[in-house]
Design a protein around this ligand. Structure first.
Ligand SMILES: [Ca+2]
Ligand SMILES: [Ca+2]
Ligand SMILES: [Ca+2]
Length: 642
């Protein structure tokens, strides 16, 4: 969604510079000694946890396995906004419309308009996405949108896809349904899954109110359903028991949508929405703009966007039919749900099982559904898995912890608190391990931007190292890494929202092209599909490590070290089949560090999987020496006993 631009957390510590020396301890090479010992102790210690996380037939990283068999946690997700990724067909840049940009929405020089990217371009670039090590593509909404909206003089276009009018087809700016089918089929032929970005909370801004333009929220208490325009108004909707009574019999009595405002559809847009039932204002809340607090959080218009009456069983059935059809027709692999927390829980309680059943019937056993709940508080996130029964949510808590520690001076204990909260999710860790984790996104902005803003005086080398550290966390810790397109090319935007939506193809946006990127001397004025940026190479390498290690996709976690200041974060993860330990160590400080870290007593020798810093052997049973460079990290695999 187009969320308000957030301010970045974090202090202004400018002391840090890249260090090259000062590392103590052993060199980060060396073989693995055979110990001849089994690691049954790990199984014994973790017992039920391991069982809980073990799935029959685990072959997490088997590239020969059918993509349908992989679990959500086996994926590495790559998130693209199709308008900004690749332009495979200049003929559709104006969406089949003619006129100026206020009609076509097309203006490649303006960050708030269409730039020409499409599904053909995305299909053409699948080899690039595969080369990065991504196994699933989360595609920004592709449904047909209202091309341009906004008050006169402040118009912008629906290039982001979140202003839907026709939920049943592809926006002509992005291509055709056949283009989407070709994309899905080509992705599947490479073993890459496709997650669609969907919206049930709202449509485009079509419905207007007679009383005002930007209308403030009118509550149920002040504007009850059974009175026209306030508590002293004429009696209407006799017998309507309110939106909490979500039965067809109750909603039959809701016949007048003018309890708060007087909504109407402009004549020119009377039939613009598809399916047709969406054109009737009775299926919307019509109470004015959300304040994002209290009752308005689910019933208010998201900055004017028509907020759907998702309590009405007719709406529930309609949305199930809309999105079930996309599963039936295209065999896609999952949904990312936009603005999920602005929809009542009962809607999701009905919608989610219907989608999973639809997918199951289509032969998609592990359909992944993750909601956008834009809140870093674990309790708030978890509530939507327990009450709404969303299978998974985007891990805004992880993003905040990364930002506070890597683009700020918070202690690594932020991760201790974060992961302690895993028990709050429905099914606990089994759900936590499926949460898509991310370091930044198209709304909030990129982590690179946050680092630059938090530490404006440090070298680009340090900014790069901090971003690499965050990538290492995302690609090794629990959850499903979700890489935001452009991060791998060193993009550093000016901020959030449209400032974080730079083109991967040669951009004509001046405010993009003056950005100083990481790991390259190029600018966004040229296209960026190469594989040489250090961030691209790091992500590709760490993705390969991750996918080869079930401990890193499916394994439980055990916190080993964290503190209340920048420094060491150490966490072990365990192979769900063998119990083998992988120690993950991160240094969030600008100083080198060395420390003894507890490991399983059966883990006596370690081999580096990525980064550098673990001793080859334990110093004493249950203790290994870890030595990390500033912003360094190490993934170390314990030897498997025999
Ligand atoms: Ca195009
Ligand atoms: Ca809503
Ligand atoms: Ca700029």
């Amino acid at each position: 969604m187009n969320m308000p631009v957030n301010t970045y957390a974090g202090g202004l510590d400018s002391r840090a510079r890249a260090f090259k020396t000062g590392i103590t301890g052993h060199p980060h090479v060396g073989g693995v000694r055979k110990t001849g010992r089994r690691v049954l102790s790990v199984r014994a210690i973790l017992g039920g946890l391991l069982l809980a996380a073990t799935v029959p037939g685990t072959a997490a990283a088997d590239d020969n396995a059918s993509y349908r068999e992989r679990l959500p946690q086996d994926e590495v997700i790559y998130f693209v906004l199709p308008d900004r990724f690749a332009n495979g067909d200049p003929a559709n840049d104006r969406g089949g419309l003619s006129g100026d940009r206020l009609t076509t929405g097309y203006d490649p020089t303006d960050s708030g308009f269409y730039h020409g990217g499409d599904l053909k371009g995305l299909t053409d670039k699948l080899p690039y996405i595969a080369g990065l090590g991504a196994t699933a593509v989360w595609v920004g909404p592709i449904f047909k949108n209202k091309p341009v909206q906004g008050p006169k003089g402040q118009e912008s276009a629906a290039y982001h896809g979140y202003w839907i009018t026709d939920f049943t087809t592809v926006d002509p700016h992005f291509g055709t349904e056949d283009d989407f089918r070709r994309f899905v089929d080509a992705a599947h032929a490479r073993g890459i899954k496709v997650y669609m970005d969907i919206v049930a909370n709202h449509t485009a801004d079509v419905i207007q109110y007679r009383e005002c333009g930007a209308c403030t929220y009118r509550s149920i208490a002040d504007y009850p359903y059974q009175r026209r325009g306030g508590v002293n108004g004429a009696a209407i909707n006799a017998g309507f028991a309110g939106d909490d009574v979500q039965t067809a019999a109750n909603f039959v009595t809701l016949t007048r949508p003018d309890y708060a405002y007087t909504p109407f559809v402009p004549a020119a847009e009377r039939d613009v929405k598809v399916p047709a039932w969406l054109n009737d204002p009775i299926y919307y809340h019509n109470r004015g703009d959300s304040t994002f607090a209290g009752e308005s959080s689910t019933m208010g218009d998201f900055v004017g966007l028509d907020d759907v009456m998702t309590e009405n069983p007719r709406v529930v059935a309609g949305m199930i039919e809309i999105y079930g059809s996309w599963i039936d027709r295209f065999g896609i692999d999952g949904f990312r749900i936009d603005t999920a927390r602005h929809v009542n829980p009962e809607f999701w309680q009905a919608f989610v099982p219907a989608m999973l059943a639809r997918a199951q019937a289509k032969g998609i056993p592990h359909f992944h559904i993750f909601g956008e709940v834009a809140d870093p508080d674990v309790a708030a996130l978890a509530r939507h898995t327990r009450v709404d029964k969303l299978p998974s949510v985007l891990d805004f808590g992880f993003q905040r912890a990364v930002e506070e520690t890597v683009a700020g001076n918070a202690g690594t204990d932020r991760f201790e608190a974060l992961f302690a909260g895993d028990s709050l999710y429905e099914h606990g860790f089994a759900t936590a391990v499926t949460l898509p984790t991310f370091t930044g996104n198209h709304d909030h902005g990129r982590l690179s931007t946050a680092v630059r803003k938090a530490f404006p005086d440090v070298s680009d080398d340090e900014v790069l190292k901090r971003v690499e550290l965050a990538n290492a966390m995302m690609l090794a810790l629990r959850g499903v890494p979700a890489i935001y397109s452009g991060d791998e090319q060193g993009f550093v935007g000016d901020g959030g929202d449209r400032d974080a939506r730079e083109d991967m193809f040669a951009s004509k946006v001046a405010s993009y092209n003056d950005n100083r990127l990481l790991g390259t001397d190029t600018t966004t004025a040229t296209d960026h599909y190469g594989d040489t940026n250090p961030l691209f190479r790091q992500i590709a390498a760490l993705s390969a490590v991750r996918r080869a290690q079930p401990a890193l996709t499916r394994g439980v976690q055990k916190l080993r070290a964290a503190g209340d200041a920048p420094g060491l974060l150490a966490i072990s993860r365990f192979d769900p089949e063998t119990g083998r330990e992988i120690l993950l160590a991160f240094n969030t400080s600008a100083q080198p560090l060395a420390a003894n870290v507890e490991v399983e007593t059966g883990s006596t020798a370690f081999a580096p999987l990525a980064g550098a810093g673990c001793a080859a052997a334990t110093t004493a049973p249950g203790s290994v020496r870890v030595s990390l460079a500033p912003f360094g990290y190490a993934f170390c695999a314990a030897e498997v006993g025999e």
